[in-house]
Design a protein around this ligand. Structure first.
Ligand code: PLP
Length: 430
């Protein structure tokens, strides 16, 4: 497989864009390669500028439930553009979109559109702080909630009482209110609540984390968060930027049978256009400007193009529940195929799956926390990634990313992927 054109574009890209990319993971730096540059994509396939075809399991990091450029979504988009791309005054479709989201997520009464997942989580925290009058927030090791300062906190070894910034440029002062606990560790959560529960405004959690590979929150862990938040008057926020409308049309409340007080959505509600949203019970959302004093705004929020694509996407998912059944069937087929390959090759690795999200960890299981995920053999994963790419399969260029299936993936795609997975694993362990 040749990548000459991609390499050429990359050489030009690094001159004008930091690292040649507009989001770090795209650089393929973690796997020691230079990135492929995309020409176009359709269905389950991506085509790079050199004309190579890949079965795509990145799917824009989740939102493309129906695959790339599906006719059902792209048809009529020119008419929307012709009627205007942004107005700065409200449109009816924003109301229709909000209604669809609230109907699908009965735990919330109101929703506010923003432009990304980062904006959604950042705004939800501000609202939770404004509502409770408290400052501290609790997040979990290995969960990513976008790149706003207060959430860009990583825990070192052991649980930290106070967060330390992951990135230079984030002052210690800004993250001093961010507490970090271990994911799925009930005792750690109980301890933090015992010590500081009365000062916590919000707990933010990925109910199923797609940012340390794929790690499911245990039922009792999510339940404990619910119970403690209720007991201490803390706003429980589910960050459903990855899980929302993916693990089920009704998202985590359906999957776990547990409701949060607030929710954040991202890319998935725009079917790949820049969008996000946060929502909550009316009592909480009443603090948001212009009703209440907590300021949050956005020039392009509720953009008509994003609303059009997003609304259509959600309507299709709502009206065709078989999409979820099919997605899960194909994901199970992929999971079992990979497991069988591992067995044939005598490799003691772990496959985690939740709905249509699948992750192969290069370590023995169970993988239930960030510490478990960190045990992976990254060098072997990097070799595997390269071998897989050469066989026309595109997965996230990092061990800590999940594979995203779309409705456009065919059984043939899955079979080809299982075969390529076998060959790539074998080559990586030679
Ligand atoms: N929350 C979660 C769970 C995410 O996975 C991401 C990004 O992948 C975000 C928030 C941030 O979303 P965005 O990249 O749209 O800012």
């Amino acid at each position: 497989m040749k990548h000459e054109k991609s390499v050429k574009v990359y050489e030009e890209a690094v001159k004008y864009i930091p690292g040649g990319v507009n989001s770090p993971v795209r650089a393929f730096k973690s796997v020691g390669l230079s990135p492929i540059f995309v020409d176009h994509a359709h269905g389950s396939k991506i085509y790079d500028v050199d004309g190579n075809e890949y079965i795509d399991y990145i799917c824009s990091w989740g939102p493309l439930m129906l695959g790339h450029s599906p006719k059902e979504l792209t048809e009529g988009i020119e008419d929307v553009i012709k009627r205007g791309t942004s107005f700065g005054v409200p449109t009816e479709i924003e109301v229709e979109m909000a209604k669809i989201i609230v109907d699908a997520y009965p735990a919330i009464d109101q929703v506010r559109m923003v432009n990304s997942g980062t904006e959604a989580t950042m705004s939800a925290l501000r609202v939770a702080r404004g509502y409770t009058g408290k400052n501290k927030i609790l997040k979990f090791e290995g969960c990513y909630h976008g790149h706003s300062d207060a959430l860009l906190v990583q825990s070192g070894s052991g649980t930290l009482t106070y967060g330390v910034p992951t990135s230079p440029g984030v002052p210690d002062d800004v993250v001093k209110h961010t507490l970090v606990a271990k994911y799925n560790d009930l005792e750690d959560v109980r301890r933090i609540f015992r010590e500081q529960g009365n000062d916590i405004a919000a707990v933010i959690v990925e109910t199923i984390s797609g940012n340390m590979g794929l790690v499911k929150g245990k039922q009792e862990f999510i339940q404990l968060l619910r119970d403690l938040c209720t007991e201490y008057g803390v706003v429980l926020i589910f960050d459903e930027v990855i899980t929302g409308f993916r693990i089920s049309y009704n998202s985590s409340p359906k999957y776990f049978g547990i409701n949060p007080d607030m929710v954040c959505f991202g890319k998935i509600i725009g079917a790949g256009l820049p969008v996000g949203a946060y929502g909550g019970k009316k009592e909480i959302m009443d603090v948001v400007s212009p009703v209440g004093p907590v300021y949050q705004a956005g020039t392009l929020s509720g953009n008509p193009l994003a609303m059009h694509m997003g609304k259509r996407n959600l309507e299709i998912l709502r009206d065709n529940p078989q999409i979820y059944t099919e997605l899960e069937r194909k994901a199970i087929k992929l999971e079992e195929g990979i497991k069988s390959n591992l067995e044939k090759l005598g490799l003691d690795y772990t496959v985690n799956r939740a709905g249509s999200l699948v992750c192969l960890f290069f370590t023995k299981g169970p993988v239930e926390s960030y510490d478990d995920a960190k045990k992976c053999d990254i060098d072997k994963f990097n070799l595997y990634f390269k071998e897989l790419l050469g066989r026309g399969i595109l997965v996230g260029p990092s061990q800590y990313e999940a594979m995203f299936l779309s409705n456009a993936h065919t059984d043939e795609d899955i079979e080809n992927t299982i075969n390529a997975n076998y060959e790539a694993l074998k080559a990586a362990h030679n």
